[in-house]
Design a binder for this molecule. Sequence first.
Ligand SMILES: Cc1cc2nc3c(=O)[nH]c(=O)nc-3n(C[C@H](O)[C@H](O)[C@H](O)COP(=O)(O)O)c2cc1C
Length: 225
Amino acid sequence: MFKDEALDSEKVKACVQNAVLAPTSSNLQLWEFYHITDKNVLGEMTSACLGQNAAKYAQQMVVVVVRKDLWRQRAKANLSFLKESFGTLPNKNPTKREKLILNYYQKLIPTVYSDFLGIFGWIKYFLFQIVGLFRPIYRQVRHSDLRVVAHKSAGLAAQNFMVSMAAIGYDTCPMEGSDTLRVKRLLRLGRNAEINMVIGCGLREERGVYGPRFRVPFETVYHRV
Ligand SMILES: Cc1cc2nc3c(=O)[nH]c(=O)nc-3n(C[C@H](O)[C@H](O)[C@H](O)COP(=O)(O)O)c2cc1C
């Protein structure tokens, strides 16, 4: 539960700018962030978030959206950036090391991310399993695997955002509990976009914290090898 006190949208936006500094798998940045400040949209979002308090009392919301479908564009953007920073075009051939890095985006990423109705992903998966009998190999090549990969990185961005908000005294609550189809419709997102997390933002109401923090015993989750 949050107080009925407004947040400075520019400060929240600055925290989203910190979110995009999070590391991402292959630096593909397969994400988008929707910063909701409009009261009407917030109201509709509350119902899409199943009426829960973290949404109902939120002064603003940030929705972290996964855009796995943008991998081609993002790989291309990385390539242009790298070529420019290497100074390869138009007058210099890339060095061996530069070629290796460029190939990562020109060949490896398309091999891993290309798919057709999930079929190509399964074919790659079986081929890679066979190669994997003889040597270590990357195995996250099916559609479902790459969704996990993209959501993992988006989760880190969400955490960056929440930590940045905490640093300026703003509070947040991440929400899994939402009707993602309704959220997508509200934000006019396409079929390929996926909701990673809806984050309610505001200033904490002391009685809004449900109880003392609970964690399972640390020894049960910490393994030193
Ligand atoms: C991915 C994710 C989804 C969550 N979904 C909800 C939610 O829908 N509603 C809610 O009130 N809290 C939600 N939470 C918050 C957790 O319930 C909360 O972090 C947990 O109970 C531990 O509490 P603490 O973070 O205050 O220690 C979510 C947290 C995460 C990371």
